[in-house]
Design a protein around this ligand. Structure first.
Ligand code: UDP
Ligand code: MG
Length: 153
């Protein structure tokens, strides 16, 4: 089954929303396969946000991502990458649809609650960036037969 990375950003921890956001993913039926609080560094952010290194907001973005620890989550489900990405909504919270996480919890283009992997290829790379192999746990949810039809599994 597919795994994806979610980072609960410093704005989420500062605003006391971490539990509420994790709860949305759990309620959707995504399995928590890994979770840890960690202080990000300039090095890991240069790698993680390499696609944005020439943007004027790059420095500010890195500073905001280092302002408190983040909570990194590995979530698993069928087509988890796309599902989690759709749950997050548009990057700019002001453009995000109500019902999405960003559309329900933020008003900012930067302080936008979560990072989510944008493709299965990037999810694999990003999970290796934030988790050691032994920090990802594979177990079968006891309600699996009620989360999916047998022909989907
Ligand atoms: N970001 C920003 N200003 C912008 C665009 C993006 O501060 O104009 C920040 C924002 O926090 C976003 C992160 O950079 O989540 C990564 O940008 P990306 O385009 O990868 O968006 P995402 O995949 O998070 O929706
Ligand atoms: Mg992105």
């Amino acid at each position: 089954m597919e795994k994806t990375l979610v980072l609960l950003k410093p704005c989420t921890l500062q605003r006391g929303l971490a539990g509420e956001i994790i709860n949305r993913f759990e309620k959707r039926g995504l399995r928590l396969a890994g979770m840890k609080m960690m202080q990000l560094t300039d090095d890991i952010l240069n790698e993680h946000y390499a696609h944005l290194k020439d943007k004027p907001f790059f420095g500010m973005l890195k500073d905001s991502m280092m302002s408190t620890p983040v909570i990194a989550c590995c979530l698993e489900g069928i087509e988890a990458v796309q599902t989690v990405r759709m749950m997050a909504g548009a990057t700019n919270g002001r453009n995000a649809q109500p019902g999405t996480i960003r559309g329900d919890y933020c008003m900012s283009n930067q302080q936008n609650i979560v990072h989510t992997s944008d493709s299965p290829e990037n999810a694999e790379i990003e999970l290796k960036r934030f988790f050691k192999p032994e920090e990802i746990f594979d177990f079968t949810p006891s309600n699996l037969a009620y989360l999916y039809a047998l022909d989907e599994l």
